[in-house]
Design a protein around this ligand. Sequence first.
Ligand SMILES: C[S@@+](CC[C@H](N)C(=O)[O-])C[C@H]1O[C@@H](n2cnc3c(N)ncnc32)[C@H](O)[C@@H]1O
Length: 339
Amino acid sequence: MINNYCNKILLGDCLELFKDIPDESVDMTFADPPFNLKKKYSSYKDSLELQTYLNWCGQWINEMVRVTKPAGSIFLHNIPKWLTHYAAFLNKIAYFKHWIAWEAPTAPMGKSLQPSHYGILFYAKSIKGTKIYELRQPHKRDRKQGYLWKDYGGKKDLLHPFGPLIADVWTDIHRVKHASKRDSHPCQLPIHLLDRLILMVTDENGIVLDPFSGTGTTAISAKRLGRQYIGFELDKKYKEISEQKLYQVEPNYKIGDCWVSFYRNEIITLRNIDWQKLEKFFNIPTAAKFIDYQKVELKSNVSIPTEILPENNQKTPPDILLPYNEKTQFNLFQQIETI
Ligand SMILES: C[S@@+](CC[C@H](N)C(=O)[O-])C[C@H]1O[C@@H](n2cnc3c(N)ncnc32)[C@H](O)[C@@H]1O
């Protein structure tokens, strides 16, 4: 039954579309809703009266929790102001796991404390038995000298060759800022942000549902990581952009048997449990202390997914995707910049 909805971006209002999704049928739900900040979407009016906005949020949050499997996870991305309301609501129907702070510096706004992060609320459907994998990210290094940022003092021998376990503050993924690197959508998320969440709580073929799909970031991440996706989107134009991009993405974000997240030619997220299988694909310094100044890199013969650009893609999209021509200059590998 749920398979009828998988690997599709469905056009319509999320509350209507949710009605067709059976209880406890998807592994992960992720929502990046309109922030009620008067953003210029092509269909949606992003300026509701406060209580109307919060009541509406309560309805789709309820649906997200309903459709999530017992071992599944629920993620909500928003500004801290709205997340405080979401958390109060979610605390009654799900189980708090983490508040992830995603660093995203903004232009000065003359506020007492400059807003510099978005939050991602991470809730579990059940009190126990949630599927969660530990993740690792590459060590942060001084750009010029190549030395590790963090001082490990006398504990260098304990350094993990690839990098530390990922914590709840994410500073290495930047917003999609430049017009040349984004679709014509006001709030497109970086795909690598979704890669990280999807790798953390789902397995291959797991189902990921996003009720505010936008230009398909969650769906693209799920597809390239060998997962299934369901996207809901109110706007026909955004659905078409998503489908054009999805057509060009392959489930190939893999090294050996292990799914990983790439940014350009480097892995930026992997699962801790996969390291034993993955380490043979890396050039690793002979002693742990050398990691302090020597980067652990993929071997040159390891094949990595190639950059996908519309102009050099050999696949011709089916007719149904052709009418949308407004913007085809996207580059999946340039959607974010890392520090
Ligand atoms: C913040 S954006 C999501 C952006 C998305 N994460 C991305 O990276 O492209 C919110 C999206 O929700 C859509 N939307 C607004 N109200 C909706 C509704 N009731 N049902 C489905 N989609 C809706 C808007 O058109 C917009 O594309």
